[in-house]
Design a protein around this ligand. Sequence first.
Ligand code: MN
Length: 295
Amino acid sequence: MAKPLDEYKRKRDFTRSPEPAGDADAAKKTRKDKPRFFCVQKHLASHLHYDLRLEHEGVLMSWAVPKGPSLDPKTKRLAMHVEDHPVEYGTFEGVIPEGYGAGIVMLWDQGTWEPESADVDQALAKGDLKFKLDGYKLKGSWVLVRTAGYGGGDRAKSKSWLLIKHRDDWSGDVDITEFAPLSVKSNQDLHEILAEDNPDVWRTNRPVEGGETGAMLREIIQKAAALKAGREKAIGQGKAVAHRPKAGGKTFASKKAADGSIQMLEESHEAKGRASRAVARKARGGGAPRRAKKR
Ligand code: MN
């Protein structure tokens, strides 16, 4: 049987990458009896996606969700099962300057999780893992279900899963990725993380060079700029809110953001325990439920 983190390590050159090598056995011991950690890292690499990571047996089981999680139980989101990551990776935010996964990583949500399936390994083998999240943005009951994937191959070997929200107090029709796009760690957007002078990063010894990597980073910078422009446009059209206080924390970047509901996401310790459902309700003006936007 493969050792934990084998695939993660095989894909990376730790003399060049700022990412941690990780030690699953050590983590298993030190994390024993601690609540299970989960996070979602928004990752602008060759494509924008959201990495859902659930701590289990000293590693972070990981799924890449291209469109990000949806709070709407009717919206099933493709979640590609990827290699386990070290536990230390889970609070990382910053820039991976080169190599595998090069790009910008934002800690989009974090918290704890609990399996609702009695035996996690059995549930994974079966391809049906039910669990509860307690993050800042994501809460309540969810399920990951393995599917046959494209081409309808062997379901048991498939990397394709679906991430689905169960209907509960924390489900709703607000587009959480649009509504709460910023970091729960730094309150920054991707381009700001990129621009940060002293990011909380595992720094590489090597500066970014020209060639393929340089070109890729230039493309990412352009994407970050385009994302920012897109979000500002959406705010102008009233489709999204910028829940970011100016210095002092009392004024907000947009009119809609000033309605007070946003402060719950701002002050994250407050957000914990109330979070997305209340925000969602306020965001749609407390009125009748609105259908989720079809894409
Ligand atoms: Mn990723």
